[in-house]
Design a protein around this ligand. Sequence first.
Ligand SMILES: Cc1ncc(C[n+]2csc(CCOP(=O)(O)OP(=O)(O)O)c2C)c(N)n1
Ligand SMILES: [Mg+2]
Length: 327
Amino acid sequence: MSNLVKSINFAPEKLKEMLYDMMLIRSFEEHVEKLYQQGKIHGTMHLCIGQEATAVGVCSVLTNDDKIISTHRGHGHCIAKGMNVDRMMAELLGKATGYCKGKGGSMHIADLDVGSLGANGIVAGGLPLATGASLTSKMKDLGYAVVAFFGDGSTNEGAFHESLNLASVWNLPVIFFCENNLYGMSGSIKEMTNIKDIAERSASYGIPGEIVDGNNLLEVAKVTKKAIERAKSGHGPTLIEAKTYRWRGHSKSDARKYRTREEEKEWRKTKDPIALFKNQLMEDHILTEETFKELEERLEKEMEAAIKFAVNSPAPTEDTLEIDIFA
Ligand SMILES: Cc1ncc(C[n+]2csc(CCOP(=O)(O)OP(=O)(O)O)c2C)c(N)n1
Ligand SMILES: [Mg+2]
């Protein structure tokens, strides 16, 4: 058994479920991409295909009481935190059975029951919210930690710096988890930031900064576990920078002129988080071709049921137009 698998000490069943969760995220997004092309989903969406290991790795070490705050690229975070793909699909299709009764859509999905405090269309908007949620945990002695997911693009926003500073001086149980996928829309991180690693910024706030291979599921789990333990034992926040890559364009209208097809091919070929973890489990005799096939069959059924549920669900009725709206 590889040292990494040994050191994380997860049961084989849990490891297989983690692989399944990454497969579910990818399949969910491949399906919503198709539904979008068929005109069944409106607006836009941001796909996290290629980044599945960050969402699943982080959430694998959280309890149901721990919270996450997601981003505009949030489907993976929601699924990894335990949200159900039926109601997520319904939300994306604008149906009354969706998590936000069809009124939120891709960028505003939340489910407080599983500790998913919501996706957020405002770049860096989740960091102050996560800081606030962690302040609640501390003041009321509730024992939960909060993870704020955000992209590299968020780290040049004021809200990033204010949140890290406040969380540090107040010693809050929050983890700042940066998914550095090298681009914020068409802007390369190299043009936007004059330091090599975003994790370096932790030094300005007197907190630990960790760099992790964001496509290595168990490395992500390990580094997050350490940060969670630190947060829950009263030692305050950690900044984690996960190096990763989004396979698709920024949103649904992106010709990807700011990067090369070779670069994309290289990430797909050598750093596919699902293929890497599948191979790792095979090598460690935790997974066989047969059990993998079972996961694929289960996946197909789960996605088929989700689409059926969403397509057959009713749209919200006109009389609900002003309900659950705060402005
Ligand atoms: C405050 C704010 N500024 C600009 C935008 C437009 N915008 C949406 S996503 C995005 C890029 C975000 O990049 P990053 O944080 O790296 O996340 P990624 O899309 O790479 O996951 C921008 C500029 C926005 N939604 N909010
Ligand atoms: Mg980015």
